[in-house]
Write a protein that binds this ligand. Structure first.
Ligand code: NDP
Length: 340
């Protein structure tokens, strides 16, 4: 059996779905109560591949909320992730994806040294960040959606916001190696890491967000921001494709412009229905078929019986591994989301 560790996008979101998640009494409470809430099994379900194989999985809500980072409740955030991992392991899940901020907290606060969670000694090869599949799906969304919009990558500028991150750097590697993208704009805050990425790629312009956005035909958002930013659509090129892979979404603006196309980044659609309710609570348009690509990675690892931490650590995702998980994705009937 596989597992998915997820979290909600804000306290407001948590209040709106707390009942469905079994946190009934917490529904109207503030952040303090979420800081002390335990992880929960929310749902058990089956996924069938187009090969005919069926597997079983469980969704675990960690009770982490991005506000814990904004309000510097770091110990609580760390506890949420470690407790959810220990909970998954205790319940014998073979391979579990660390969704959204779970893997970011694990890396950012170097939790590799926190193996012992009460009586559970965490076995890290039972967990995957899911970032290889996420990066693969976002890269394919860039390729396929730009073709759909008539944006020719060989003459296009692609800006990657969060370029030095685990997913961002992998997307850059793919665009560099597998496409003829004309120009890459690399955006993040830490200049040293940007320089290292530029050296590795042997290309790419390091730019600030404000100056990069008006130059981009395609914008990939994969920054780890607990809250989205607002941008003015008037400053963007037309047409412009935006692939927003952030969770919570990196873009806070509801852009309604006929030539600005926003795609939910890192989302896949399965060819068959899944008997779960969980994707309704995170606002998927077709909740019985759509899911985050990081969750889908755990599903693929279970289908293939690759019970290993396929995606682990930071900035180690290779194009070869993206191709490997991408092959499994196609084999079992998953497609990158392409509708906006
Ligand atoms: P990382 O922590 O590895 O990387 C984050 C990147 O964002 C870094 O380049 C960081 O660089 C940059 N960044 C952070 N804050 C800012 C800012 N204010 N302005 C510009 N750049 C910024 O994260 P991941 O690659 O693991 O994840 C990226 C995003 O993808 C997250 O939102 C995550 O929740 C989401 N995600 C989505 C999944 C899906 O299935 N759709 C799966 C997994 C993650 P610096 O600090 O130098 O600015």
């Amino acid at each position: 059996m596989f597992g998915l560790i997820g979290h909600l996008t804000s306290l407001e979101h948590a209040h709106s779905v707390a009942d469905a998640f079994g946190y009934g009494p917490y529904a109207t409470q503030g952040l303090d109560l979420w800081c002390s809430a335990p992880p929960q099994f929310v749902e058990q379900f089956h996924v069938t591949s187009i090969t005919g194989q069926t597997i079983e999985g469980k969704y675990i809500e960690s009770a982490f909320l991005p506000e814990m980072l904004m309000k510097r409740r770091i110990k609580a955030a760390i506890r949420k992730i470690l407790n959810a991992m220990a909970f998954a392991q205790k319940n014998d899940l073979n391979i579990t994806a660390l969704g959204g901020f779970s893997s970011i907290i694990f890396e950012e606060f170097n939790l590799k040294g926190n193996r012992q969670v009460r009586n559970v000694s965490l076995e890290f090869d039972r967990f995957t960040t899911g970032n290889t599949h996420t990066a693969y799906i976002i890269a394919r969304q860039v390729e396929q959606a730009s073709a759909k919009l008539g944006i020719d990558l060989s003459r296009a500028t692609v800006a990657v916001c969060g370029a030095t991150g685990d997913i961002g750097s992998a997307v850059c590697r793919w665009l560099d190696r597998k496409t003829d993208t004309q120009e890459l704009l690399l955006i993040a805050r830490n200049q040293e890491r940007l320089q290292r990425l530029q050296d590795e790629l042997g290309r790419g312009k390091i730019m600030g967000l404000e100056e990069a956005l008006p130059e981009a035909d395609v914008i990939v958002w994969v920054a780890s921001m607990p809250k989205g930013v607002e941008i003015n659509p008037e400053t963007l090129k037309k047409p412009c494709l935006i692939v927003d892979g952030g969770y919570p979404k990196n873009l806070d603006t509801k852009i309604k412009h006929p030539d600005v196309h926003i795609l939910k980044g890192g989302v896949v659609e399965h060819s068959l229905d899944i008997d779960w309710k969980i994707m309704e609570t995170v606002n998927m348009d077709v909740p019985s078929r759509q899911m985050f690509a990081c969750f889908a990675e755990a599903i693929l690892l279970e289908f293939e019986q690759w019970h290993t931490n396929f995606s682990w650590g930071r900035n180690q995702i290779t194009v070869t591994k993206m191709e490997q998980i991408g092959g499994a994705s196609v084999k079992h009937g998953l497609q990158p989301l392409l509708s906006w």
